[in-house]
Design a protein around this ligand. Structure first.
Ligand code: PBG
Ligand code: ZN
Length: 323
C-alpha cells in the first residue's frame, strides 16, 4: 500500500519534506507617513497599523530595522491636496522628506516608494481628472516627475500603482534621463479594482470623491487580461511585477510565476489583513496559524516576495519558531 502518512509521522519528518517556507527576507511592510507633528493615529479598520508623523516614526522604523524583514513600502499623506497632486512631485513633499530621513538614519533599510497620485489629489483619483474622466496620457508626466523626485530623495525601488497605460515606459525613460539608471521599477502590473482596498483608503485618506477606479484598475473577472498587463509591463521595462490583491487572485499569481521569469510580488492588501484581524479579535480563528497558512499559500502559488501588514508580527513569530 502507498503510505503517504510515513512522511507526516512527526514534525522532524514533516519539516524535512516541507516544500514551502517563509523567509523574513521575503517580506515588505507598508508604512503610512502623515504630514504634521506628534501624530500616531490608529487606523481603525486595520488594528495594529498607524499613521505616523515623521517625528514619531522612529518607533516603528526601529522595529522594522531590527526585524530582519526585507524593507518597507512607503505611502505619504500630505496636508494639502489639489487637482494636480502637486505635493506628489514636490522635492520637499511629505514622502520625499520621509524617504530622505529614513535613508539617512537607517541606510541599510530598503525603501520602496509607491508612485500614484490618489493620496495627493483633492478628488482622490489616481490620475488627472477632466470632466469626470481620468485622463491617461496627461497623467504620465506627473507620475514620471513623482518617480524622479522620490528616487532623488533616496528611494531604492519605484513602484507605480496607478494603472495608467504606458506608465512603466514613461517612468523608465524619466529615471534614465535623470541619471537614475540603476533604480528598479516594481510595477503593480495586475492590480484589480477590489473591495479589499477599503481599509487602505482610510489609512491613506485616498478614497475617490466620485465614482470608482474601474476605468483604470482591472475587472476582477479577468485572469487572462492580467497576464497581458504583466507581459506589457515587462516589455515596457519593469524589473519586478506584482499581483494585487493576493489571496483571491492566487490563480493569477500561479500563472504569472509559471509564465514570467522576473521577481514576482504579491500584495496581501488591507482588506485581507482586516478580515484576519477582526476574526481573530473575536476569537473565532487563531491569528498566528491563519497568517502562516495564508502566507504559505501565497508563496506556494509562486510569489517570491510578499507585501503584507502582517510582516512585523510574522518576523517575530518566525524568530520564536526558530529559537
Ligand atoms: C494607491 C494604492 C492603493 C493600494 C496601494 N496603493 C489603493 C487603491 O488603489 O485604491 C491598496 C493597498 C491596500 O489595500 O492595502 N493607488
Ligand atoms: Zn492611486
Amino acid at each position: 500500500m502507498k503510505r503517504f502518512r510515513r512522511l507526516r509521522a512527526n514534525e522532524n519528518i514533516r519539516s524535512l519534506v516541507r516544500e514551502t517556507r517563509i523567509d523574513k527576507g521575503d517580506l515588505i511592510y507598508p508604512i503610512f507617513i502623515v504630514e504634521g507633528e506628534n501624530i500616531k493615529n490608529p487606523v481603525e479598520s486595520m488594528p495594529g497599523v498607524y499613521q505616523y508623523s515623521l517625528d514619531r516614526a522612529d518607533e516603528v522604523l526601529q522595529e522594522i530595522n531590527n526585524s530582519g524583514i526585507a524593507g518597507i513600502l512607503i505611502f505619504g499623506i500630505p496636508k494639502r491636496k489639489d487637482a494636480e497632486a502637486s505635493s506628489a512631485y514636490d522635492d520637499n513633499g511629505v514622502t520625499q522628506c520621509a524617504i530622505r530621513y529614513i535613508k539617512e538614519k537607517y541606510p541599510s533599510l530598503l525603501v520602496i516608494a509607491d508612485v500614484c497620485l490618489c493620496e495627493y489629489t483633492s478628488h482622490g483619483h489616481c490620475g488627472v481628472v477632466c470632466g469626470g474622466e481620468i485622463l491617461n496620457d496627461e497623467t504620465l508626466p506627473l507620475l514620471s516627475k513623482m518617480a524622479v523626485s522620490l528616487a532623488k530623495a533616496g528611494a531604492d525601488i519605484i513602484a507605480p500603482s496607478d494603472m495608467m497605460d504606458g506608465r512603466v515606459a514613461a517612468i523608465r525613460q524619466a529615471l534614465d534621463s535623470n541619471g537614475l539608471i540603476n533604480i528598479p521599477i516594481l510595477s503593480y502590473s495586475a492590480k484589480f479594482a477590489s473591495a479589499y482596498y477599503s481599509p487602505f483608503r482610510d489609512a491613506a485618506q485616498s478614497a475617490p470623491e466620485f465614482g470608482d477606479r474601474k476605468s483604470y484598475q482591472m475587472d476582477y473577472a479577468n485572469g487572462k487580461e492580467a497576464l497581458r498587463e504583466i507581459a506589457d509591463d515587462i516589455a515596457e521595462g519593469a524589473d519586478m511585477v506584482m499581483v494585487k490583491p493576493a489571496l483571491a487572485y492566487l490563480d493569477v499569481v500561479k500563472e504569472a510565476s509559471q509564465r514570467f521569469d522576473l521577481p514576482l510580488v504579491a500584495y496581501n492588501v488591507s482588506g485581507e489583513y482586516a478580515m484576519v484581524k477582526a476574526a481573530s479579535e473575536k476569537g473565532w480563528i487563531d491569528e498566528k496559524k491563519i497568517v502562516s497558512e495564508n502566507m504559505i499559500a501565497i508563496k506556494r502559488a509562486g510569489a517570491d516576495i510578499i507585501i503584507t501588514y502582517h510582516a512585523l508580527d510574522l518576523a517575530k513569530w518566525i524568530d520564536e519558531y526558530y529559537k
